[in-house]
Design a protein. Structure first.
Ligand code: C2E
Ligand code: MG
Ligand code: MG
Ligand code: MG
Length: 286
């Protein structure tokens, strides 16, 4: 036996440590079994043109339908997968699912439709990530420009040169690139001028502040970020609008062209998405 019930150290491992190790081990096994059982699936959230509500794209968000605890959020399981290495299984799975589904999106919503997939910092630094993505696109004959890869601002901080090379290779392969959660990290603003990017995603924290903004200062900040993105040739996407007030402020005060948020729709399974109308209801004019 590894430990005695009194908590005495045997083999220099405490009871607490042993129990936490077996929990981690159990979680690893649960992840692998559930993955094999097809319990890691992609949901899709519509991305719309704010003024018209027209659906122009989607973001793919992974869900773990755990056999033990029900639905688990990627905010919980992605960090675990990054630690136990399972992220190297989940990422190709996510990219492959998107590459498989993108043709159906394009058939339903038009050839310019783009689907974004999130890439973990560990994966963007892995040397074979670009070949993996290209293989997935080739396997399903996904149209050029239909896939977009999102990385967060914080992922740019480590090994920036290396990450930039990967982003450049992705764009050469016809994959669009996005900087996610913009405004929450600590990158300097001039990164926007020399990182190979197509989209800038304005973090939800800026959008939420638009609900109660009597002096207009929050709209002014969101507007300057959006203008800066546009000046750098990027398409700006606002994240996480939940109310009509926020949508109206984004249109009228911020001048942001695109958005995705619960106001329009929550992430949903592919089949539900494909049944959506061409346009979702947007904010009415004041
Ligand atoms: P993210 O890429 O910034 O995705 C946006 C998150 O905000 C999603 O949470 C989405 O469901 C949520 N959201 C969208 N609209 C609203 C809104 O109006 N209000 C609120 N409160 N939330 C909104 P989710 O799906 O839980 O994903 C969390 C994060 O997990 C993502 O943030 C992304 O960083 C990561 N993630 C998701 N799927 C994957 C994946 O396949 N691979 C990797 N590496 N990371 C993923
Ligand atoms: Mg994202
Ligand atoms: Mg985001
Ligand atoms: Mg986020």
């Amino acid at each position: 036996e590894l430990y005695k019930d009194t908590g005495t150290r045997v083999f220099s491992i405490t009871k607490e440590r042993f129990e936490s190790l077996s929990r981690v081990h159990e979680l690893d096994r649960l992840m692998r079994n559930d993955f094999a059982a097809g319990r890691f699936v992609m949901h899709y959230q519509p991305r719309v043109e704010l003024t018209t509500g027209k659906i122009v794209g989607a973001e793919a968000l992974m869900r773990w339908d755990s056999s033990k605890d029900g639905m688990i959020s990627p905010g919980v399981f992605i960090p675990i997968a990054e630690k136990n290495g399972f992220i190297h299984t989940l990422t190709p799975h996510a990219v492959r699912s998107v590459a498989r589904d993108v043709g159906r999106f394009c058939a339903a919503f038009g050839q310019d439709f783009t689907v974004g997939a999130n890439l973990s910092g560990i994966c963007i630094r892995s040397p074979n990530i670009v070949p993996i993505i290209k293989e997935c696109l080739d396997e399903f004959g996904a149209p050029r420009g239909s896939l977009e890869i999102e990385i967060t601002e914080s992922q740019l901080i480590d090994q920036r040169r290396f990450v930039m090379d990967r982003l450049e290779e992705l764009r050469e392969a016809g994959v669009a690139t996005a900087l996610d959660d913009f405004g929450t990290g600590f990158s300097s603003l001039h990164v926007l001028t020399h990182i190979p990017l197509d989209y800038l995603k304005l973090d939800r924290s800026f959008v939420s502040l638009l609900s109660d903004d009597p002096t207009g200062k929050h709209a002014a900040i969101a507007r300057s970020i959006s203008e800066m993105g546009k000046a750098c040739g990027l398409q700006v996407i606002a994240e996480g609008m939940e109310t009509e007030t926020e949508v109206r402020a984004l249109i009228e005060k911020v001048g942001c062209p695109l958005g995705q948020g619960f106001f329009f729709a929550r992430p949903m399974p592919l089949e539900d998405f494909l049944a959506l109308p061409e346009c979702l209801p947007t904010a009415s004019k004041h």
